[in-house]
Design a protein around this ligand. Structure first.
Ligand SMILES: NC(=O)c1ccc[n+]([C@@H]2O[C@H](COP(=O)([O-])OP(=O)(O)OC[C@H]3O[C@@H](n4cnc5c(N)ncnc54)[C@H](OP(=O)(O)O)[C@@H]3O)[C@@H](O)[C@H]2O)c1
Length: 324
């Protein structure tokens, strides 16, 4: 037996129940992993509320963690007990002390990256890699608008975009978050709960608009984000922290020959070679100190409900992790 957070019914954070669960021995191709640090992602809140119906209930949520291999099942040659690993599992099960994991998902953790750092940046770092290097390859000198720039993904996006030589205009929800975004390297910071970000972007770009908007906020910002695009600019909508984006007429994109894309990390990493290349590049950025993991909230796994409530109330900065 082990203990895990189980979701029996979708709903509020209080529906994340800490309870005993069984873990068997690993079958062919599986590992048993004793987990040490688990990443809490905004995705987990969409699953908990039922916005995403991708976890069959009752089920154990969570898509990423780091830990140590306890046992390797038949046919697993790549890992032995004691190996440090981390993973992203689109099929969930991460909110557990111990779990079985398909060995194909396990990634060997470099000595220089701690378990907590891995849990704080695997999904978020791979997302930044996808967004800046694949969805829309950012070039030196381009101007980007990055929303929620003090958040988990947001901070890593700013670090990496600056490393690529882009000019970064960031939006954030509070003066404290503005200081964090500046500390990550943002050139300009807009308090989008007080200021009209479309007008500010127009002023900061002398009416030209930006080359790319990275928008994870969704409902509240999407329309304004379209208005911030320059000629041939791309709106990358990769999340919906404020709610789903309402229907929108494609004809609006004709104003400046714009594009909108809606990328999903699980699609970009579904093939092993592509995933491994993104992991390699992301870990390289961490080891070169381009990406600097920042854990804003760390709670024991049993208190996952508090972690969700904090993330949803915009109270967090950087990554949220659960420890075992
Ligand atoms: N497409 C993909 O494959 C992919 C992968 C990973 C993450 N994501 C998305 O990336 C986004 C960031 O994820 P994260 O885990 O790093 O979270 P996060 O950015 O640390 O937290 C969300 C932030 O969004 C902002 N926000 C604006 N309106 C909000 C509202 N009504 N409710 C809550 N937050 C609001 C808040 O920042 P301010 O206070 O500064 O406004 C909040 O701190 C999420 O939307 C997530 O779904 C997408």
């Amino acid at each position: 037996m082990t203990r895990a957070i189980v979701l029996h019914e979708t709903g509020g954070p209080e529906n994340l129940i800490w309870e005993p669960v069984e873990v068997g021995v690993p079958g062919p191709g599986e590992l048993r992993v004793r987990q040490t640090a688990i990443g809490v992602n905004f995705h987990d809140t969409y699953v908990r509320t039922g916005l995403y119906k991708t976890l069959s209930l009752p089920g154990i949520p969570g898509i990423e963690a780091a830990g140590v291999v306890e046992l390797a099942g038949p046919g697993v040659a790549a890992f032995v007990p004691g190996d440090r690993i981390c993973y992203v599992d689109p099929s969930y099960g991460a909110y557990s002390e111990v779990r079985l994991l398909p060995a194909a998902l396990a990634l060997r953790l470099p000595d220089a990256i701690s378990d907590e750092a891995a849990a704080s940046l695997l999904v978020r770092g791979l997302t930044a890699c996808m967004l800046l290097r694949h969805t829309r390859r950012v070039l030196p000198g381009e101007t980007l608008l990055i929303h929620a720039a003090a958040g988990g993904v947001g901070q890593l996006l700013v670090h990496w975009a600056k490393h690529l030589g882009a000019r970064v205009i960031a939006t954030v929800g509070s003066p404290e978050k503005a200081a964090i975004a500046r500390g990550c390297g943002a050139d300009e910071v807009i308090l989008y709960r007080k200021e009209n970000f479309v007008e500010r972007v127009a002023a900061l770009t002398h009416g030209r608009g930006v080359d790319v908007v990275y928008d994870s906020v969704g409902a509240d910002t999407f329309s304004g984000s379209v208005d911030c695009l320059g000629y041939f600019g791309t709106l990358v909508n990769f999340g919906q922290s404020s709610g789903a984006v309402p229907p929108f007429p494609v004809s609006r994109l004709a104003a400046r020959s714009n594009a909108v894309v809606r990328p999903i990390l699980f699609h970009y990493s579904r093939e092993r070679a592509a995933r491994d290349a993104m992991v390699e590049e992301t870990f390289r950025m961490v080891q070169a100190a381009v990406l600097r993991p920042r854990i804003g909230l760390r709670l024991p796994l049993s208190r996952a409900a508090e972690a969700h409530a904090a993330l949803e109330s915009r109270a967090t900065t950087g990554a949220v992790i659960l420890t075992v």
